[in-house]
Write a protein that binds this ligand. Structure first.
Ligand code: ATP
Ligand code: MG
Length: 312
């Protein structure tokens, strides 16, 4: 099979349009080796418009490797990678971007001291006037950034404030709105909630849902099954470079997902160790696998309050 080597808006974009239900992005038995290290092997993944595909997995599971293939940073060494139903092999992230695949990395390529609106247009500044009098169209950039952020439900007090003064969640949100504005069809988010607290994570999850509702295919990489389950339509769990689970929302519950993430047996062992450290009975630990949550010894049997009589 010949690869459709990408020029921007390459062969997938012209000629016969893809069939209506063709996935935006598809990996079939894809893999990647770094020299002798086989980081990823035999992975199937589908990204559809208007859906959030969550990629979960422990450290070193291959999540970043997977998205680096899709975002054009690395080339796959086995299997197939298709965009709009056609095989592709991107040379650089710019090729991926040209096909509407935008990636928001955790360290976000923003300039902290520049105002929000300036960051929004970084590298794609709007200008006005003929050469050699061409200059930045500041008013239009401010207006557009303001409108786009509001359209996504992001309200910032002042677009003149330096991006460095925004919270982590707000910064991620601006990056998401920016990708939407510049025409992304596929939005890849690499652990956008990893460094955030509960509230800020909620903010980011809200904009993930907003991007999905706008018809983008979202790939949400996370360690956190709770975050994934709040917005995900499909869940792919990686383990040591292979797919351990690939299931639609209707086919997997949060508990099962959590179990897959941690590996049931390992989790049980961990629970046991944790119980020893804390000097409690493992059976007293909560069923929920969120071992990072603060844990309190259950109160000694206060009798159940009598049910209200005559209630509904
Ligand atoms: N450039 C590289 N050269 C050699 N090995 C690599 C390279 N990048 C990743 N690996 C290896 O591939 C495996 C998967 O790594 P990857 O970064 O994709 O995992 P991850 O799921 O993103 O982990 P994390 O949650 O820690 O970010 C690991 O064993 C890692 O050591
Ligand atoms: Mg990673």
């Amino acid at each position: 099979m010949t690869d459709d080597t990408t020029t921007p808006h390459g062969a997938g974009a012209e000629g016969t349009p893809p069939a209506p239900d063709t996935p935006l992005v598809e990996l079939r038995g894809a893999g990647k080796s770094y020299g002798n290290v086989r980081a990823l092997h035999g992975v199937d993944l589908t990204v559809d418009a208007g859906r959030v595909t969550c990629v979960l997995g422990d450290n070193g599971a291959g999540k970043s490797t997977l998205i680096k293939i899709v975002s054009g940073l690395h080339r796959h060494t086995e299997g197939e990678f298709l965009v709009d139903g056609r095989p592709v092999r991107f040379a650089t992230p710019r090729d991926a971007l040209a096909r509407g695949i935008a990636t928001v990395y955790q360290d976000l390529a923003t300039v902290p001291l520049m105002p929000v609106w300036r960051n929004f247009f970084l590298g794609s500044e709007l200008t006005k006037g003929p050469w050699p009098l061409r200059r930045l169209d500041i008013a239009r950039m401010k207006r557009t950034a303001d409108r786009e952020l509001r359209d996504m439900g992001i309200v910032l007090d002042d677009l003149e404030q330096p991006v460095g003064t925004l919270s982590g969640g707000q910064r991620q949100s601006v990056a998401i709105a920016r990708a939407v504005h510049f025409g992304a069809r596929v939005l890849i988010l690499d652990e956008p909630t990893a460094a955030l607290g509960v509230r800020q994570s909620g903010v980011v999850l809200k904009y993930i849902a907003a991007a999905r509702d706008r018809g983008l295919g979202v790939v949400f990489i996370t360690h956190n099954p709770h975050h994934a389950y709040m917005v995900g339509d499909h869940f792919s769990v990686l383990r040591l470079g292979t797919l351990e689970l690939s299931a639609d929302r209707g086919d997997v519950g949060l508990e099962e997902l959590t179990d897959h993430m941690a590996g049931g047996a390992e989790l049980a062992a961990l629970k046991h160790e944790l119980a020893q450290v804390r000097g409690v009975d493992a059976r007293e630990l909560p069923e929920e696998a969120d071992l990072t949550a603060p844990w309190r010894r259950p109160r000694k049997a206060a009798p159940d309050p009598a049910p209200p009589s005559g209630g509904t």
